[in-house]
Design a protein around this ligand. Sequence first.
Ligand SMILES: [Zn+2]
Length: 158
Amino acid sequence: MVFLKLEIKAELENVTDLAPAGDDFEYSFKVVCNSCHEEHKKFVTMKRSETRNISNSRGSAHLVWRCGNCKKESSASFVAEPSKPYSAESNGQFATLLKMECRGLEFTDFAPGDGHAREKTGTSFSDVELEDDDWVDYDEKAKVDVRISDIESRWTRA
Ligand SMILES: [Zn+2]
């Protein structure tokens, strides 16, 4: 079993924090099998609100994945602490978003989906699309442009 943490980095402009939108948020990750070291080409998805049964076991995990190459089953679960919003204080630096407990696989990549951002005057944006690595909107209250750009992520041992 290994613990990994996902760190993200972004440039926030007139945005105070950025977070995945709740427990139903669907995370998209790339995984590599620890048995044959093959990286799965497609992204796998998992949610905090959903668990799946592990074969031949009474246990469950947020992700149960069978390697297409060596057929070995592996699993991963979110560590029970909530995802930390990425705050403007971390601007341009990596900060931990979440931790994961992995059995037989490791994560290698993260595709950010729709996030949840809060603007300085308190305005919330719930449909921040980050697929293009760049999101721009306009805050009516503060009359300023809001922008999230240069999103990067990395997995390291926790
Ligand atoms: Zn494998």
